[in-house]
Design a protein around this ligand. Sequence first.
Ligand SMILES: Cc1cc2nc3c(=O)[nH]c(=O)nc-3n(C[C@H](O)[C@H](O)[C@H](O)COP(=O)(O)O)c2cc1C
Length: 362
Amino acid sequence: MPNLSDTEKQKIPATGAPPALRRASCLPASSRLVSSPNMLPCFNADTPPLFLAPMAGFTDTAFRSLCKQHGADVVLTEFVQSEPLRREVHRVWQSLRFPADQRPLGIQLFGADPASMSHAAVLLEERLRPDFIDLNFGCPAKNVIEQNAGASLLRHPALLSQIASAVVRAVPLTPVTAKIRTGWNSASISTADTARRLEDAGVRTITIHGRTCSQGYSGEANWDEIARAVAAVTLPVVGNGDIRDASSALLRIRQSGVAGIMIGRAALSNPWVFREIKAALLNQPLPAPPSENERLAALITFAQILDRQHNEIFGNSDDIRWMFPRLYPLTRALPGGRKLRASLSLCNSLHDLIRLCSSPAA
Ligand SMILES: Cc1cc2nc3c(=O)[nH]c(=O)nc-3n(C[C@H](O)[C@H](O)[C@H](O)COP(=O)(O)O)c2cc1C
């Protein structure tokens, strides 16, 4: 356990409904999460919910379906800017469509203007009724920072609070959540302060990626800092960063006391990671890793869904080259993955791809 100060330990709420959660025996009995009517329903389960991280360019409806199928409890869309929603950009609206079986699903919004963000949230609530709207306060991409959106708002806490409060007020029917990093840089760690601000603004859950903005994706996620934020607020905190398998998931949950975990990059090459972690949380034997045939079958199904989705948005086309970067991560754990990638890159149609993956050694 990280060293928490006495003050931090005392922040465990004294009121509210009886402690009901964290029933899984592999988790600490001293869990601090208490049930509350405001809590997202996913936190009422026996085990901490497993979230699929939002990943621009990856977590479209096809990939979300794949992860749902393999045990993700909650999924998020890729981030979407508020302005194109307000300007009725058709492709952006179309990209947000999701089937009912992907619920519970959150749509992630980013922007720097409280009015624009709350207007976009109202439109989302009216038209798509997501289970929650997630505010992005963690993106380190240059073009996002230049607009003073994403992780840039960690440097502007008053504006961050204003955006969160405005969106919470604008969508009374939809829970609002937020995703943050530990701070702007190592000299300005602000995790607990940002978490308290968001709680005061009425946000229902905070996901913390345990890196600063200036770290990007380098170094290790700082789970001690996540634990500090857990102790600083009463709402459920979801921990994120470097969870790759069952053992890293259990370690981080025990270390930090988070109410849920979010998995990003590991799911890209191994969407089965969710079922593995779920089994460990339930104290069940870990499922056997997916066989080569299972991986290839998943690759075919994924390509078929991608193709269908692409044709719906851009019109019918045989061209499948655009989808190769989406398929490659799924080939990484396959024996002969490199050879398969080389062969995939020569496929001219979905038909070729299906034939190749049905008998890859041929
Ligand atoms: C390709 C890519 C795209 C991402 N896009 C988003 C995004 O749209 N919104 C967001 O909040 N985080 C985004 N992230 C960050 C992830 O959600 C997550 O916080 C990060 O990858 C750390 O988790 P992991 O170690 O499990 O991958 C992205 C990460 C990657 C690798």
